[in-house]
Design a protein around this ligand. Structure first.
Ligand SMILES: *Cc1c(COP(=O)(O)O)cnc(C)c1O
Length: 354
């Protein structure tokens, strides 16, 4: 029985073309800005996203942290959705290292933020009792909201409220290209209204390492110093950038396959008694579903599935996340559905028998 790994699209391994490009990459010392491959990747990413400049980072977490450090001062307040990756999954770096406090507003089912909630949350200026609001963080696609994609209009409505109040907007676009492919909108249209954006090379785009932060030249100049401070000044990083260039050239369009597989997976899961999907419309490559108490907890299901060689993750005590990616095809989806159905049936029967 083969292992079907649906824990994350981060498990994707570099392609043969990436490994060749990495082996042959032209490199230099990037701390002296002398790595031609890194410079090419940064220019290419910035150009694709319609921003002035880009900066290669070690990870998406580093991109988000450096963006917050570059935009904010200690004691500032930043606003984001209550399901934001920055809030849930980045080890508290925004408060622990950047010294900002986070104010949460509700995320809608696709990860959207209601501009009225944002307007309420932004602090009035000039009051010594309250922290100044200096940044809003959006996420596209939205990880904990089943990979929901924000449209250019969703983003513009939020950015307009922020900018009118003198607040900047950072987009955590770890899976930005999934959103672009799903909505059939160029990625640059999705980020037109935000001040800066980070995206990951190491997720569905299959690179071994990396994320790129893009924004104005002034912002990137500032981010460069913070990246150095947090230990992100890499030397012959062209070996990594070379894979990133291959990814941007050849790995974006194929994301549509992952999305089709996720839809197929979601349809199959919806038919299994005891499982219920959040949004019925799966837009990209992340499927999150809830488990009925008659089946058990997320821990029970994860354990039982792993004994059947289906690996999944859990965003909550009663929910499971499955992510499609380059190493799972339509046959694997059928197989995963068959094994899941069997396991869920087994868990229910065991509960009844107790
Ligand atoms: C994965 C992810 C990140 C962080 O990326 P790492 O490279 O794992 O640090 C940030 N935001 C979102 C939405 C993510 O899914």
């Amino acid at each position: 029985m083969s292992v079907i790994d649906l824990r994350s699209d981060t498990v994707t391994r570099p392609t043969d073309a990436m490994r060749r490009a990495m082996a042959e990459a032209e490199v230099g010392d990037d701390v002296f800005k002398e790595d031609p491959s890194v410079n090419r990747l940064q220019e290419r990413a910035a150009e694709m996203l319609g921003k002035e400049a880009g900066l290669l980072m070690a990870s998406g977490t580093m991109s988000n942290l450096v963006a917050i450090l570059a935009h904010c001062r200690r004691g500032d307040e930043i606003v984001m959705g209550d399901q934001a990756h920055i809030f849930w999954n980045e080890s508290g770096g925004a408060s622990g290292l950047a010294g900002v406090q986070i104010r949460l507003v509700p995320n809608g089912p696709q990860g959207e933020i209601d501009p009225r909630d944002l307007a309420e949350a932004i602090r009035p200026r000039g009051n010594i009792h309250t922290p100044p609001t200096t940044l809003v963080c959006l996420e596209n696609t939205h990880n904990r909201c089943s990979g929901g994609a924000l449209t250019p209009q969703d983003t513009r409505r939020v950015a307009d409220v922020a900018h009118a109040a003198g607040v900047r907007v950072h987009l955590d676009g770890a899976r930005l290209f999934n959103a672009a492919v799903a909505l059939e909108v160029p990625a640059r249209e999705l980020v037109r209204e935000v001040d800066d954006v980070s995206f990951c090379l190491s997720k569905a785009l299959s690179c071994p390492v990396g994320s790129v932060l893009c924004g104005s030249q002034e912002f990137i100049d500032e981010a460069l110093r913070w990246r150095k401070m947090v230990g992100g000044g890499m030397r012959q990083a062209g070996v990594l950038a070379a894979a990133g260039l291959v990814a941007l050239d050849s790995m974006v369009d194929r994301l549509a396959e992952d999305h089709a597989n996720a839809r197929k997976l979601a349809q199959g899961l919806a038919n299994i008694d005891g499982l219920s999907l959040g949004p019925d419309r799966i837009q990209t490559n992340i499927v999150i579903f809830d488990i009925d108490e008659s089946v058990g907890t997320a821990g029970d299901l994860i354990g039982a599935l792993s004994r059947e060689d289906v690996l999944v993750s859990s965003p909550g005590k009663h929910s499971i996340r499955m992510v499609t990616h380059r190493h799972v095809d339509g046959t694997d989806i059928d197989e995963a559905l068959g094994r899941t159905s069997k396991v869920v049936g087994g868990l229910r029967a065991a509960r009844k028998g107790q």
